[in-house]
Ligand binder design. Structure first.
Ligand code: BES
Ligand code: MN
Ligand code: ZN
Length: 498
């Protein structure tokens, strides 16, 4: 039985029964609809709040079971913080938080989207609904038995009462497209590497065609013709064929240069001949998190019919040790013509991206290129899992990404690129080597990428700390959080449509 979450919008005047949710700010003042609902119970809300220490703080909840005289099974009061101060992200998180608070037994709930300030606008109601959607996701397709202690029955119906349910439904449609894209990315990251090998990944990206995306898949033969010696070397030791998938969405003006999104898709990273230690290696199934985000983003853009031209490019490979694997000491010729001395076969992501970036710039002459890659452990040493590392040759693009990050909660932190760091990857035998020294590992990796972007405005997001092994939050409980889809969708929506 697949999980289902049904979200419906209805007028504020609709009947409320069973499990009801109301919203209050830190003044504990409910809106008129909730006030009328609570009237038979006198000052129940204030007494319960005092007894529980509930102060209406943003994202806090007060749970009243079988409230007397209300004919309800349960009343959940959701805190919205200081009146008038809730941000869009606060509203999304409130929806997510609520999903976490719903008791397993209740399949149905009705939420009155109104505070003492009045009814939420259609857009605000849709923000809340987005939170419900994001939090609901779980990846359990390989569990043949369900444990009792797992969050939620996987069948919920949530009715949102709003002032203008038609407008709210419409506002939700675009957010639903984005939530679908996030879930696509999450599924890809969570899938095991025996299932999601390069060809299977490419096949799944092919499903975007149903949304009107033009999808092309290049195999090893085609890539060899293009001279992609860097990308191909990484997959050389794998029994699976490497793949390059190009996804084009043309929702903008005819002939207008596209935005390019590029993802590292290492379906499994053993390190290759420079083999990784065994402990934790299973996590390297998530080394395609950048590519997953690109597919999720293309899904979101196409599903909400974004008025933009965008192209997604992902390089899908498996980094395996084998008799035919590439070696430390090998010198590769990339599509750009630049040669690369291999120091460590575990620094493979930058090799994949080197050819992707060059190809993207050459073929599409994009307005900008943004690549996402689970590129270095070093970025986690620097930033933990709170921010993705941002490297860019373009201040305006970096600023825009920073802003989109704060708005969506998918935060980025800018790191430096300089000639001094660039020198660290000069090689005695080739144009460059694929690792710097022990220091500044995330930066030298970014410097390496920059050698393949020329003057195209470009940003590199090192998502090793954010795209997999995700920190559990109000908006995500899953190992693969789909990080980056909402960030980039927001960037597109706010700056590149119409
Ligand atoms: N995929 C890894 C980076 C990574 C590590 C992602 C942990 C997520 C979690 C990448 O291919 C890698 O192995 N990088 C090396 C580079 C080094 C050999 C210069 C690293 O970070 O150790
Ligand atoms: Mn590696
Ligand atoms: Zn890797």
């Amino acid at each position: 039985m697949p999980d289902t979450l049904k979200i419906t919008f209805a007028p504020l005047s609709s009947p409320v029964s069973g499990l009801a949710v109301i919203l209050v700010g830190s003044d504990l003042r409910p809106g008129p609809t909730a006030s009328a609902l609570l009237a038979p119970a006198g000052d129940l809300l204030n007494r319960a709040a005092a007894a529980d220490g509930f102060k209406g703080k943003a994202g806090s909840f007060l749970d009243i079971v079988a409230p007397d005289k209300l004919g309800l099974d349960r009343l959940i009061v959701a805190g919205c913080g200081k009146p008038g101060e809730a941000s869009e992200l606060d509203r999304v998180k409130l929806g997510g938080g609520l999903i976490g608070r719903l008791p397993d037994a209740a399949g149905e709930a009705t939420v009155v989207l109104e505070t003492g300030e009045g009814a939420l606008s259609a857009e605000e109601a849709a923000d809340f609904a987005l939170g419900l959607r994001l939090r609901f996701y779980a990846f359990d397709r390989y569990k043949t038995k369900r444990k009792d202690n797992e969050e939620g029955p996987r069948k919920r119906q949530i009715t949102l009462l709003t002032a203008d349910e038609k407008a709210a439904r419409k506002a939700f449609r675009a957010r639903e497209a984005v939530a679908d894209g996030v879930d696509v990315a999450r599924d890809l990251v969570n899938e095991p590497p025996n299932v999601l090998h390069p060809q299977e990944f490419a096949r799944r990206a092919g499903a975007l065609a149903d949304l009107g995306v033009e999808v092309e898949v290049l195999g090893e033969k085609e890539m060899k013709k293009l001279g992609m010696g860097a990308l191909l070397a990484v997959g050389q030791g794998s029994a699976r064929d490497s793949q390059l998938v190009v996804m084009q969405w043309e929702g903008g003006k005819d002939g207008e240069a596209p935005l390019a999104f590029i993802g590292k898709g290492v379906c499994f990273d053993t390190g290759g001949i420079s083999l990784k230690p065994g402990e934790g290696m299973q996590d390297m199934k998530g080394d395609m998190g950048g590519a997953a985000a690109v597919v999720g983003l293309m899904h979101a853009l196409a599903a909400r019919k974004a008025k933009v031209n965008a192209v997604g490019l992902i390089g899908l490979v498996e980094n395996m040790p084998d008799g035919s694997a590439y070696r430390p000491g090998d010198i590769l010729t990339s599509m750009s013509g630049q040669t690369i001395e291999i120091i460590n076969t575990d620094a493979e992501g930058r090799l994949v991206l080197a050819d992707l970036l060059w190809y993207a710039k050459d073929r599409f002459k994009p307005k900008f290129m943004i690549n996402l890659a689970t590129l270095t452990g070093a970025i986690m040493v620097a930033l933990g899992q709170e921010h993705a590392g941002l490297f860019s040759n373009d201040d305006a693009l970096a600023t825009a990404l920073g802003r989109a990050g704060l708005e969506t909660g998918e935060k980025v932190w800018r790191m430096p690129l300089t000639a001094e760091y660039d020198k660290l990857i000069d090689s005695q035998f080739a144009d460059m080597k694929n690792t710097g020294g022990r220091q500044a590992g995330a930066i030298t990796a970014a410097q390496f990428l920059q050698r393949f972007v020329d003057t195209t405005p470009w940003a590199h997001l090192d998502v090793a700390g954010t795209a997999m092994n995700s920190v559990k939050s109000d908006l995500n409980r899953s190992w693969g959080g789909g990080w980056g889809v909402r960030l980039l969708d927001r960037l597109v929506r706010d700056r590149h449509e119409g």
